[in-house]
Design a protein around this ligand. Structure first.
Ligand code: NAD
Length: 264
């Protein structure tokens, strides 16, 4: 297994916390130079301090960019330079009734979740093709397939990433560049932890009971019946971005604990 990332540079959108940070940390610990991204200088600086503590040998930098603001993306692209590995991780969701979800809410989720990946891929794929090496990985979600009705706009953006990723992989024909998608299941990030704590406080249940209830009612097909760890997602992402995943292109890999179901 070749997990050697030395002499490679990765950009991970939305990586000051959660799944993105876990991927950045794992790549950094395998010798990859990582560029972290968040919306504010403070969040980026804090994440870089944390990374330095957790992976002292890490090679890293940070770039501030709010993917909801197109003008900031143009500036980011100028600063980015050559990138070997692009992880389109940034994603936002609004937990909302379909009939109450405004156009603005649809548009914001589309901009951040889909157009960030469109713009970054458009800017970086050409140089990857010239170099004849590169990895683009989209972080979609189990929601791309489950499409829960309270997360419809979010889910549609995540389904769109499957088409975008598959289409872009077609542009890599005959090269050593790959474009893939990873579909995480419900993952224990700070946001999920806050959700569990809030419900526990509201209902008087323990956090363990709330988690059990969530999987029983909201994710009944989950085989693991628990939240995934960010490390479980990062491990799969690292493999897909590694030299060893050279024959995996145009694929969508579920790391959903079985929640989506089905044969494939
Ligand atoms: P998160 O909500 O913890 O946010 C991670 C980072 O994104 C933070 O650093 C935040 O500052 C940054 N961010 C948010 N909006 C941004 C913007 N407009 N511009 C730049 N940065 C921004 O994220 P997460 O839960 O770790 O999810 C990461 C990805 O995984 C997302 O695409 C999400 O849809 C997907 N996902 C998450 C779960 C889950 O259960 N957490 C499940 C399936 C898929």
């Amino acid at each position: 297994m070749n997990l050697d990332f030395r002499r490679q540079k990765a950009f991970i959108s939305g990586s000051t916390s959660g799944i993105g940070y876990a991927i950045a940390k794992s790549l950094a610990s395998l010798g990859c130079e990582v560029v972290l991204n968040g919306r504010t200088q403070e969040s980026v600086d804090n994440a870089l301090v944390k990374l330095q503590e957790e992976v002292p040998e890490a090679k890293y930098s940070g770039l501030v960019c709010d993917f909801a603001d197109t003008s900031q993306i143009d500036a980011l692209l100028e600063d980015l330079g050559k990138i070997d590995i692009l992880i389109n991780n940034v994603g936002i969701y609004n937990d909302q009734d379909f009939f109450k979800t405004s156009d603005d809410s649809w548009n914001e989720q589309w901009e951040v979740n889909v157009m960030s990946g469109v713009r970054l891929s458009r800017a970086l794929l050409t140089s990857m093709m010239k170099k004849d090496y590169g990895r683009i990985l989209f972080i979609s979600s189990e929601c791309a397939v489950l499409t829960p009705s309270n997360l419809l706009a979010y889910s549609v953006t995540k389904t769109a990433l499957l088409g975008l990723s598959k289409g872009l992989s077609g542009l890599t024909k005959g090269s050593k560049v790959t474009v893939n998608t990873l579909l995480p299941g419900s993952t224990l990030t700070d946001g999920a932890q806050n959700f569990l704590e809030a419900v526990a406080q509201k209902t008087g249940q323990s956090i363990e009971q709330v988690e059990k209830e969530f999987f029983k009612t909201d994710r009944p097909n989950s085989l693991i019946q628990r939240f995934e760890t960010v490390q479980e997602i990062a491990d799969a992402a690292v493999f897909l971005c590694s030299p060893s995943a050279s024959a995996i292109n145009g694929t969508a890999l579920r790391v959903d604990g079985g929640s989506v179901g089905g044969l494939f």
